[in-house]
Design a protein around this ligand. Structure first.
Ligand code: UDP
Length: 138
């Protein structure tokens, strides 16, 4: 069974989309193995997105990600990294497939409602960034 990290970003929480996003995961056979709401500090957001630190959008992205609470989840299921990325849709919501979370609810390339790990290596790093082993339910 594979695991991945999902985050409902501040724009998803403020639009009242927590239930909608979780409903889509569960309806697609994905199990929620851990979940918490938190508001990231700037340092936490910078560490989480460290791979993007040279990118022009880094400053704005880390400000946005600290602008309100987020919901972090460990998702579990067969092929869940790719499955979650499919449900999310492309980074730029204008290029996202119909019926995806980002196509339906994103308002901007930055404010795109959800985050999802993009590989097993990033999933391992990102899960351990927010959860310890006792918080992930077997
Ligand atoms: N982002 C942005 N401008 C860009 C590309 C990305 O603001 O030109 C933001 C957006 O919120 C995105 C996040 O940075 O979700 C991380 O970018 P990445 O390329 O990893 O996209 P993702 O994996 O989230 O689809």
């Amino acid at each position: 069974m594979e695991q991945t990290l999902s985050i409902i970003k501040p724009d998803g929480v403020s639009q009242g989309l927590i239930g909608e996003v979780i409903k889509r995961f569960e309806a697609n056979g994905i199990r929620i193995a851990a979940m918490k709401m938190l508001q990231m500090t700037k340092k936490q957001a910078q560490g989480f997105y460290a791979v993007h630190k040279e990118r022009p959008f880094f400053e704005s992205l880390t400000d946005f990600m600290t602008s309100g609470p987020v919901v972090a989840m460990v998702l579990e299921g067969e092929n869940v990294i790719e499955k979650n990325r499919t449900l999310m849709g492309a980074t730029n919501f204008k290029e996202a497939e119909e019926g995806t979370i980002r196509r339906d609810f994103a308002t901007d390339i930055e404010k795109n409602v959800v985050h999802g790990s993009d590989s097993p290596e990033t999933a391992a790093f990102e899960i351990s960034y927010f959860f310890n082993q006792f918080e992930i339910i077997k």
